[in-house]
Ligand binder design. Structure first.
Ligand code: IVH
Length: 670
């Protein structure tokens, strides 16, 4: 990359960094996980290291956090509140130690104070003559917000300390956090416990802060008058003596190897803790050595945070629920003890299907490893068999639908010659409650009827209130009832009414998709709509029991035909469509009916030259012809490309169907 390109890229990353800082520090509402944030920071720092011409005031090498919020009085920290650099693996740890040796210019035996890195927000408490006189947030590391009154509402924070050896003037620093169990009660308002702690602590009104049980664990100091203490571990013990809470998991280790082993062990154990921990902090235990090593721009040379992998965590399966989907698929879902995975609290994990549960032998009560990557639904990676209770029993998958009690089956797949992994409810209609709800959710969705303001939650809510049972009920809602519901104002009700009315005008193919017939997705709905042209025509195919004729459509096969048959075998499904087609204005498919190829049917065999099948198909359709997929009397032309299927050509000849080469066919079109 050229210098100006590198600069451009660097500035792009800096802008991203600024945005996320603002979201995190000022709004307490991060949009990326901690892991992603750390990666971004590391990328910027790496770029700066490799390219000395890169510089920015907003670089993580200059700033510690974001400017404090405008809502609070500010106070300059007497000693900067620094951040820690991160290590993700043994190589990073090796480098950390190497740098220390380089700095000291010799190899030494190092003793480390190891402390869990509690995932909350840091605070500094200034005590003068044993009295808590000032409490601040970190702010940008230099200047913090004065939140003394809010901090005083935290029971773990002593307001008066009478021990004789308590320093006359000291800043005690530590982490404010919320316990997982308390967060559970607030989880609808915050993304994770750390945001809950940050949001609560920085309330303007301390009475609001008091309502939420915050905790404080102390781990370091800022200003320290007449310090006589020699080791970090000694300081931690003193903190305890003075009445502060310290972590019960603090310990002393002597080598990188031991640190790595402890990290491995602790990564498994951390989910048993009452609070979220996102890594371990290793600090050189000797305060004298700490002093010698000092700081780089914003982090100490004598400490490092060894992060846990962000995208997986261990937790306990508290229950296994079976969800029923729109197409009747039974999906087992593990309810797990809430666990923070990369900044998101996860309390459910999909178990995919019956086979997956059996294969991994996942049981209620098991400790499992859960992975969450990007937007993928969290899922179970493995079971920690060592932690399994001896009395635990194999999970028995239900034979009947948990929603409607119908039989369930695993279908036989003719192609793979195997039974499906998925078990399904055999109910084809709206009288399976769960299927009905899911079908309505599908009906209103963006790609279907696209009813704005009518989300999945609204469907569930209206269902519970008995306002909807079938899709057509959406067009017959009692709006006066809705405007009396909590969360619904005049404006939102009139917006909902507007988007419901708007949705009444719909194209035929969208409507076919919206019905939610299994195996009839957007593509197939379009194929069926193109073939039958109008809902009226489509329904007369159904009425006359002519579903098999759809086999003529290139792209529609046995799977779709069987699904359509099953669907329309159910009387209620049929009447739902009849009712909807009266309420809605379903527009016929506008196709060019007067093209050169009108009333002509085509079929392809063999590979075409310089043209895909899809292009060939649309060429025919744009000229009013249609493409079918089997050789029968209805077929007018068979177009042969390279290496055609002889059987098809033979049959066409037998039936007197015209056989054209690609060139001859294109000549028809001129
Ligand atoms: S020491 C200069 N010890 O991690 C030393 N920090 O990225 C800086 N944290 O802002 C702090 N547990 O919010 C220290 N045992 C611990 C910690 C800890 C959590 C947080 C703290 C700090 C951040 C550093």
């Amino acid at each position: 990359m050229k210098e100006n390109e590198i600069k451009k890229y660097y500035l792009k990353k800096i802008t991203e960094f600024e945005t996320h800082n603002k979201l995190y520090f000022q709004k307490s509402n991060p949009k990326i996980s901690d892991h992603e944030y750390d990666k971004l920071k590391k990328e910027i720092l790496d770029l700066e290291r490799k390219n000395s011409f890169l510089k920015s005031d907003s670089s993580p090498s200059n700033s510690l956090g974001y400017a404090p919020s405008k809502n609070f009085v500010k106070s300059e920290h007497r000693v900067k509140m620094l951040s820690l650099s991160n290590a993700f693996d043994s190589e990073d740890l090796g480098n950390f130690e190497k740098k220390i040796f380089n700095y000291l210019n010799k190899k030494i035996e190092v003793e480390y104070s190891v402390e869990p890195k509690i995932d909350g927000i840091s605070a500094s408490l200034t005590y003068k003559n044993g009295l808590l006189v000032l409490g601040t947030s970190r702010g940008d590391g230099n200047i913090g917000e004065v939140i003394t009154e809010n901090l005083k509402t935290i029971l773990d924070i002593p307001q008066k300390i009478t021990n004789k050896d308590f320093p006359k003037d000291i800043d005690i620093r530590g982490e404010v956090f919320i316990k997982k169990k308390d967060f559970n009660l607030l989880k609808n308002n915050f993304a994770n416990p750390r945001n809950a702690a940050s949001g609560t602590l920085r309330q303007k009104n301390p009475n609001q802060t008091k309502k939420i049980p915050l905790n404080f664990v102390a781990y370091t100091y800022g200003y320290f008058e007449n310090k006589t203490i020699k080791k970090q571990s000694e300081f931690l013990n003193s903190l305890k003596k003075w009445g502060f809470k310290i972590s019960e998991h603090n310990k002393i280790l002597n080598s990188i190897k031991d640190l790595i082993n402890f990290h491995k062990k602790f990564e498994h154990e951390r989910f048993d803790l009452e609070y979220d921990v996102d890594g371990l902090v290793y600090k050189i235990n000797s305060l004298e050595l700490q002093k010698r090593l000092g700081f780089t721009a914003n982090s100490p040379r004598w400490a490092i945070a060894h992060k846990f992998s962000a995208d997986s965590a261990y937790s306990k399966v508290t229950d296994i629920d079976i969800q029923v989907g729109r197409t009747g698929a039974l999906t087992p879902v593990a309810r797990i003890k809430p666990v923070n995975i990369g900044g998101v609290v996860v309390s459910n994990a999909t178990l995919h299907n019956e086979d997956e549960i059996n294969r991994k032998d996942i049981r209620i009560g098991d400790t499992v490893k859960i992975e969450r990557a990007g937007d993928v639904i969290p899922h179970v990676i493995l079971v920690d068999l060592k932690k399994r209770d001896k009395k635990s029993k194999k999970f028995v998958f239900p034979d009947n639908c948990p929603s409607c009690g119908s039989d369930t089956i695993k279908e036989f797949n003719k192609i793979t010659k195997k039974f499906d992994a998925v078990r399904r409810c055999t109910n084809e209609g709206f009288d399976c409650e769960k299927i009905a709800i899911e079908r309505i959710k599908h009906f209103i969705s963006k790609e279907a009827m696209n009813i704005d303001g009518f989300g999945k939650k609204v469907v569930e809510n209206f269902w519970d209130l008995n306002l909807i049972r079938l899709p057509q009920d959406i067009y017959n809602l009692d709006y006066s009832k809705i405007s009396n519901l909590e969360g619904w104002g005049q404006l939102s009700v009139s917006n909902l009414k507007y988007s419901i009315d708007q949705s009444k005008k719909v194209s035929f193919d969208r409507f076919l998709y919206a019905i939610g017939i299994r195996h009839i997705g957007l593509e197939n709905a379009k194929l069926l709509a193109e073939y039958t042209k109008s809902i009226k025509n489509f329904m007369s195919f159904i009425k006359k029991n002519n579903i098999n004729e759809f086999l003529n459509i290139d792209g529609i096969g046995d799977t779709q035909i069987n699904s359509l048959k099953k669907f329309f075998n159910n009387k209620l499904n049929y009447t739902v469509i009849e009712k909807l087609s009266k309420i809605l204005n379903i527009s016929d498919l506008k196709l060019n009916k007067n093209g050169k190829l009108q009333n002509n049917t085509f079929m392809f065999t063999g590979k075409l030259l310089n043209m895909s099948r899809a292009e060939a198909k649309s060429l025919i359709e744009n000229n009013s012809g249609s493409v079918v997929s089997s050789v029968n009397k209805r077929l007018k032309y068979l177009i042969i490309g390279d290496k055609p299927t002889n059987r098809k050509v033979q049959k066409a000849k037998e039936l007197g169907i015209k056989v054209l080469s690609q060139k001859e066919w294109l000549n028809l079109l001129n």
